[in-house]
Ligand binder design. Sequence first.
Ligand SMILES: Cc1cc2nc3c(=O)[nH]c(=O)nc-3n(C[C@H](O)[C@H](O)[C@H](O)COP(=O)(O)OP(=O)(O)OC[C@H]3O[C@@H](n4cnc5c(N)ncnc54)[C@H](O)[C@@H]3O)c2cc1C
Length: 479
Amino acid sequence: MADVSLYWFRDDLRLADLPGLAAAAEAGPVVPVFIRDPDLGGEWSPGGASRWWLHHSLVALQTSLADQGIDLTLRSGATAEVLAELASEVGAERVYCSRHYQPWSETLEKSVLDRLSTIDATLKRYPGTLLFEPEDVATGGGTPFKVFTPFWRACNRRPEPHYPLPPPTLTGHGKTPRSEDITDWELTPSLPNWASGWNDLWQPGQLGAQEALARFLNDHVPDYGDGRDIPSEPNTSRLSPYLRYGNISPRQVWHAAQSAKREQADAVGSIDKFLSEIGWREFCYHLLFHFPTMPDEAFNPKFSFFPWADNAERLAAWQTGQTGYPIVDAGMRELWQTGFMHNRVRMVVASFLTKHLLLNWRQGEAWFWDCLLDADLASNACGWQWVGGSGADASPYFRIFNPIAQGEKFDKTGGYTRRWVPEIAGLPDQYLHKPWEAPADVLAEAGVALGETYPSPMVDHKTAREAALEAYATLKALA
Ligand SMILES: Cc1cc2nc3c(=O)[nH]c(=O)nc-3n(C[C@H](O)[C@H](O)[C@H](O)COP(=O)(O)OP(=O)(O)OC[C@H]3O[C@@H](n4cnc5c(N)ncnc54)[C@H](O)[C@@H]3O)c2cc1C
């Protein structure tokens, strides 16, 4: 059939505001394909939790395409080969896709282009996953930004991101190509099914994304400015997994937020704060694009000499939420049970790992990679390096979060901690974040036996802080 083309879905699993898909639809019939390439990304291929999101996003995409009478073709194999085979099968001369920014993306896209050229076909790559292309934002000297505030100021001086595109009307190809069955890909866990409750918590796909955005902008955004640091309150958008898999585009978020600003004059400050967090996502991608070793190497090279500890027991206690510091344990258990952790608590647990336990930020990065539904190469690496002190525009290493004070400040009435650490829920607020200071009768009344029903703190805060500062001092001595 003349003019048929492929649309190669990647981390852009939606139909609306997808410039490449819109262009393909305009040109003629479209065969949409998603490829499971086992070699792609190496150690950064999707972790357990985000595979669950991927599975459900693909199912949702299949449903949205089926509404237009179109099948999503699923194939496994080396991306360039699969695309060339499928293009030959259906007689497509063009493959459309969204541009990606992972360290391997340029090489992959080049290999696809080269392989397609052997069958007289071509690759057409479109923007769609960021508000601003990384090379379009630069310092006055033409170099990449390394500091967020001037970066975001420069972004805001650029022309506004264009209005989101509606979902295109798609025309199918006469013959449906062979497709693999998504259940054979085993993207969801089975033995055991640790994600069994997640269907009640999340609705992956473009519909769920639009609902989450509307819920946030209609009901919660006025509280975002002051309340975004309170983990027990539903004040943040929880859009991160949707953005990670492109169930929603940042442009859709941007324009919905702009229109909320026009309708909710009192919430303008909060909405701008929210947009600046979307700006952090852009900044992380800007850094990843210009400094592709960011997920694997300390941005500040001095940190490659940091005397990290090697301690599997400590790591396991942190991973399983058994450190004896309630706010840290609450966060790690929220992560394990829901695939998500509130941003404030991510900072607290990351600081605890790198500073109180002196464990390498890369171990935390790897655990988050496996456990987070929103596990994102740019934001995860950026977050870990920011907290760990080695990143661009990082929080200084010597700024060490006190997990007791963080709990008392951001979970004052204990709603978050009591939810995730129920074995200490009976403690009064005064002792909730430091159970070891509670008198014996208070512990007994709350049913807490430290070291038995809940761990004693695995390190002493003051001693651990001093050890961290001492370790940091070894770096200061380096030129
Ligand atoms: C150690 C550490 C690891 C992190 N790993 C990830 C990760 O793998 N994936 C991820 O999406 N975010 C990561 N973050 C950033 C942040 O914690 C989450 O984006 C945020 O908690 C998601 O919740 P939300 O959607 O309710 O955020 P909101 O506050 O509603 O923000 C809206 C959107 O802005 C973006 N955003 C917000 N804060 C940040 C930030 N600090 N950096 C980059 N983007 C941000 C997200 O896309 C988010 O969905 C990490 C932060 C830390 C400290």
